[in-house]
Design a protein around this ligand. Structure first.
Ligand SMILES: *[C@@H]1O[C@H](CO)[C@@H](O)[C@H](O)[C@H]1NC(C)=O
Ligand SMILES: *[C@@H]1O[C@H](CO)[C@@H](O)[C@H](O)[C@H]1NC(C)=O
Ligand SMILES: *[C@@H]1O[C@H](CO)[C@@H](O)[C@H](O)[C@H]1NC(C)=O
Ligand SMILES: *[C@@H]1O[C@H](CO)[C@@H](O)[C@H](O)[C@H]1NC(C)=O
Length: 610
């Protein structure tokens, strides 16, 4: 039950709002401000000589038309369904007007600033500048902020622009965004600690369907289980020369080839060479193709192995983008301070040919992102969708919100559920997690302490309603009806008019995987997202083999047609914030979306042949 008491600890612990000191400049006025999110503390003035790569987001000339065309090519009821746009067509719609471009260049030129680089559509300009100069340019002051996890960033919660530029610039970062990439696989084990997980005892260990029972084991779920459960087993690939599945890595993560080999030797011996040869691309000084160093890359290993386990023969691509903390105040070389999604998506949009499915298992609380910046990053994702690519994002591992953190960021510390971004962006497909087999239910694993004394946190499939993006047309009926049936429960804790997620789900508890040469298990919507991506890669194979276009941006199709090819999940809830959270119900729900894949049905509904 929702009660005032469950949040009291969080309110006491809430960080005070930090008010920045805007620096008055003639002809300037405040362009944007964002409260410093909980967990961050202002520690000092930022060093004036510290160099930032500043990204200037110019107003796009015709995003409304781009959005209209995105929906046309993604909606099976439209005559233009499947007629995805080329890179040039997308760029033509989003490039800034000549007036916008001229005014911004003139302003930069007046300050003696030469742009460092541009996005393909020239809707983003990057300039490299010391903080002292940025402060003059934006009439602001930068401070160093420290997160409770120890990482530091230089940020300016409020910034200004000359009045005549307000209508021509949407956002400039890094200024007031505290958005970071957070891994959604927090539950990694390489030991046998999980077998003491008390919740395993209550799982249905002995399914009734003998095919599934023979290969599915709740304490270590394998590719042989997934292919049986989701019925991809026996599918013969026919379009591997035209099809690709990719995944993104941040925070210094990159897949370790030797672990991938061990995984494939055990589960896909016919495809071991894939682990040795799949391309690992690096952007913005991201980590290269190296052996394991340190304790990271569990997430990257999981992403590669989840895709390769279900779909080893469709070419797989890995992108590792740098630009993450730590912030080093003494450093005077450019620091592209953790705005990694933007760096990655703008690089991707500059490629003429891009993979048909891309999986991302990183997100952050939506309220760490200024509205203006969330909108622009989301608009970049819309451009990827218009080109015929499905972007999948993990829905988060904390149900309706991480216990103890569930308050608003408006300075009032009101009790609130915590939606996550990018899954809250309406132009991407958010993936939730399930566990068990007959039936599958919401993935939920309460915190416990293993026999080795290691504490394992709460984990639940994430879901919720955006406070930034309005409910899109494609899900309006389902979401409105869900909210109505809640009968007022959790009123005031979420935005009934917001884009709701996830859209789809798949298994996400105790995946078998290899890391540092050892087999273990790992959980999270981080597992569900690459697994679902691998399955959609198989659906695309069937479509491309029949001369049809790829699925592209999925949601309009999923909510109108594709849902008939999904197994509805009706048990469990998005436990979090100290409450049970949104329940899974018949039809769509904000825990498992429309359900888990039934591959043969999805192929037929999409118009492909098995
Ligand atoms: C399930 O997997 C665990 C770990 O691999 C193993 O110890 C257990 O015996 C398996 N159970 C069954 C019924 O196969
Ligand atoms: C990796 O495994 C080796 C033993 O095989 C161990 O010595 C090393 O500490 C492990 N590395 C990490 C980061 O756990
Ligand atoms: C929250 O506080 C702000 C001032 O910081 C105030 O303007 C606003 O009305 C408050 N919002 C709510 C929902 O109470
Ligand atoms: C898990 O959630 C419960 C409330 O549902 C809370 O009491 C507990 O402290 C949480 N555990 C951890 C480790 O966060």
């Amino acid at each position: 039950m929702v009660g005032a008491t469950v949040f009291s600890a969080a309110i006491v612990a809430a960080a005070q709002v930090v008010f920045a000191t805007p620096v008055a400049r003639p002809g300037y006025s405040l362009k944007d401000s964002h409260n410093v999110p909980r967990g961050w503390t202002k520690v000092a003035r930022a060093p004036a000589d510290h160099v930032l790569d500043l990204q200037i987001g110019l107003k796009q000339s015709n995003f409304d038309e781009l959005e209209k065309q995105l929906y046309e090519v993604s909606d099976p009821a439209s005559a233009k369904y499947g007629q995805h746009l080329s890179a040039d067509e997308v760029e033509e719609l989003v490039k800034p007007t000549k007036e916008t471009s001229d005014l911004v260049h003139q302003w930069l030129g007046d300050h003696g600033i030469v742009p460092e680089s541009y996005s393909a559509a020239r809707d983003w300009i990057t300039v490299s500048l010391p903080i002292g100069e940025i402060e003059k340019l934006l009439g602001t002051e930068y401070h160093v902020f420290e997160h409770k996890d120890g990482s530091k960033v230089a940020r300016a919660p409020e910034w200004s622009l000359p009045n005549h530029l307000h209508a021509h610039i949407d956002t400039i970062q890094p200024t007031n965004s505290f958005f970071r990439a957070r891994k959604q696989a927090s539950q990694a084990f390489v030991d046998t600690g999980i077998f003491s997980d008390p919740s395993l005892k209550s799982l249905k260990q002995y399914p009734t369907n003998s095919d599934i029972g023979a290969v599915c084991n709740t304490s270590s779920v394998t590719p042989q289980c997934f292919e049986t459960l989701y019925k991809t087993k026996g599918y013969k690939l026919r379009a591997t020369s035209k099809n690709k599945v990719a995944f993104t890595n941040y925070l210094g993560e990159h897949p370790i080839r030797t672990d991938g080999e061990l995984f494939l030797e055990k589960f896909r011996p016919e495809a071991v060479s894939v682990a040795r040869t799949f391309p690992q691309l690096t952007l913005a000084d991201g980590p290269g193709d190296e052996p394991l160093s340190g304790s990271e890359s569990k997430e990257a290993n999981l992403d590669f192995q989840a895709i390769a386990g279900i779909n080893p023969k469709t070419p797989i691509i890995s992108y590792s983008t740098g630009g993450s903390p730590p912030f080093i105040p003494s450093k005077s070389t450019p620091d592209n301070s953790n705005e990694p999604y933007l760096v990655w998506v703008n690089w991707l949009l500059a490629q003429k040919s891009i993979p048909q499915v891309i999986s991302t298992s990183y997100a952050d609380d939506e309220q760490t992102v200024p509205v203006s910046y969330a909108r622009r990053v989301c608009q970049q994702f819309a451009q990827v969708g218009a080109r015929g690519t499905s972007l999948l994002f993990a829905s988060g591992d904390s149900g309706v919100g991480s216990y103890g953190d569930c308050v608003s960021n408006d300075g009032n510390n009101t009790d609130k559920f915590l939606p996550e971004f990018p899954p809250s962006c309406p132009y991407v497909t958010a993936v939730g997690a399930t566990k068990n087999f007959e039936p599958e239910v919401v993935a939920y694993r309460p915190a416990f302490v293993g026999p080795d004394g290691v504490a394992h946190g709460n984990y639940t499939s994430g879901g919720g309603f955006s406070n930034i993006f309005d409910i899109p047309k494609y899900q309006k009926k389902e979401v409105t009806s869900y909210v109505k049936n809640l009968g007022g429960e959790y009123d005031g804790w979420y935005n009934k008019k917001g884009r709701a997620y996830p859209d789809i789900a798949s298994q996400g508890l105790y995946f078998a995987y290899f890391w540092n040469g050892t087999e273990g298990v790992i959980s999270g919507t981080s597992a569900s997202t690459p697994l679902t991506s691998g399955i959609l890669g198989l659906v695309n194979d069937a479509l491309l083999a029949s001369g049809k276009p790829s699925l592209g941006f999925l949601n309009p199709w999923l909510y109108s047609v594709g849902y008939k090819g999904l197994n509805d999940i009706i048990e469990g809830s998005a436990v979090g914030c100290g409450v049970d959270g949104f329940p899974a119900v018949k039809g769509w729900d904000p825990v498992t979306g429309l359900g888990t894949p039934d591959f043969p049905k999805l192929v037929k509904l999409a118009g492909g042949k098995l």
